[in-house]
Design a protein. Structure first.
Length: 343
């Protein structure tokens, strides 16, 4: 009489073992000097003390740990439709590390959670390759993760991602917005496009209303719909860390522009009795937003409420330091514009 196995329920332990063999090399390429090896792999270890003569990039007085978590949202639906999974891991890392730097924190390490409807070692490797790429770009270690196979929670092709970043800052150097004052300048750093927000609206407009397919080519972009929509989120860690090293007192606030757009995300860091004066004509809105707006007949106010509209990160800086800060950003190759002031 045949015996029931785990595989009969939809979880193949041999495939799972194959998947796990593919991941250590992707983690090792992100390793920083503070990572401590631990046989067995039940947890990731990261060293925080600062030994004399250590190779660590920075030392911290009164170090404070800063943590962030996020996902990729329904942008994953596009990756599944395209069967292209190499870049959504970059999005996953970006959404958390970009949050961490808003506090002035250096991202230290990253953890991921991948939930899949069916074992697929090749797909998992592609997803984690993107996560590894994002961690290299952010200069943080991919310290560990979890893969869950849940055949009745997800269809065979579906999956979801969660990401978790831990960073550190000296207590005295934490950026909390309290230094923001009237007359401060808003510098907007260019986004790479949609990033990872508003995709429920994007999918409704592009696939339901316009009836397009991911494989359809859009002449104005010379790309397919899927290629346009899967452009990965920009990671701002390196230019912002360089800026903080050189001009920390000039940086009064930082906001990551995600769901809710410019006004909502900037308002979160403003002291009471201050408001924003954003000059919406001061930067070029990328074509992808105009395309979606036209397809969906969306009001401009709604576009600014949902999307980043070409500004992925905003720095609130002292007006006296504008020239120095902008020179530094230029040196880092970070496209930016003066987009407004604080009143």
């Amino acid at each position: 009489m045949a015996k029931t196995t785990y595989k009969d329920s939809g979880v193949d332990l041999e495939l799972y073992g194959d998947a796990m063999k593919r991941l250590p090399a992707l983690m090792n390429r992100t390793e920083t000097p503070r990572v401590c090896r631990l046989p067995g792999g039940f947890a990731g270890l990261f060293q925080l003390d600062f030994e004399k003569g250590s190779p660590f990039r920075r030392n911290y007085e009164d170090p404070v740990l800063i943590s962030c978590t996020d996902g990729v949202g329904t942008k994953l639906k596009i990756a599944i439709m395209m069967d292209f999974h190499e870049t959504v891991g970059i999005d996953l890392v970006a959404m958390s590390v970009n949050d961490a730097i808003c506090c002035g924190a250096e991202p230290l390490f990253f953890l991921d959670y991948v939930a899949m409807g069916k074992d697929n070692p090749v797909r998992l490797e592609k997803i984690v390759t993107g996560i590894s790429d994002g961690c290299v770009e952010a200069g943080c270690a991919l310290l560990g993760g979890e893969t869950a196979i849940m055949p009745d929670m997800y269809s065979a092709e579906d999956y979801d991602l969660g990401g978790f970043c831990v960073g550190v800052a000296s207590k005295k150097n934490i950026i909390d917005g309290s230094a923001i004052k009237s007359g401060d300048i808003l510098l907007g750093l260019a986004s790479s496009g949609l990033h990872s927000n508003g995709f429920s609206l994007v999918r409704k407009v592009v696939f339901e209303m316009a009836g397009l397919k991911v494989t359809d080519r859009v002449p104005d972009f010379d790309k397919t719909v899927g290629e346009i929509l899967l452009t990965p989120t920009k990671i701002y860690v390196k230019p912002v860390m360089a800026l903080l090293d050189a001009h920390r007192p000039a940086i009064h606030g930082i906001a990551h522009i995600t769901g809710g757009g410019l006004e909502e995300n900037l308002t979160r860091i403003l002291p009471q009795n201050l408001t924003l004066d954003i000059h919406e004509s001061s930067w070029p809105v990328p074509d992808v937003f105009r395309w979606i707006q036209k397809l969906g007949e969306i009001e401009t106010s709604e576009m600014f409420r949902v999307f980043n509209m070409g500004i992925g990160l905003v720095l609130v800086i002292s007006p006296e330091s504008e020239a120095a800060v902008r020179d530094q950003l230029q040196h880092e190759g970070c496209e930016h514009w003066k987009i407004g002031v604080i009143r």
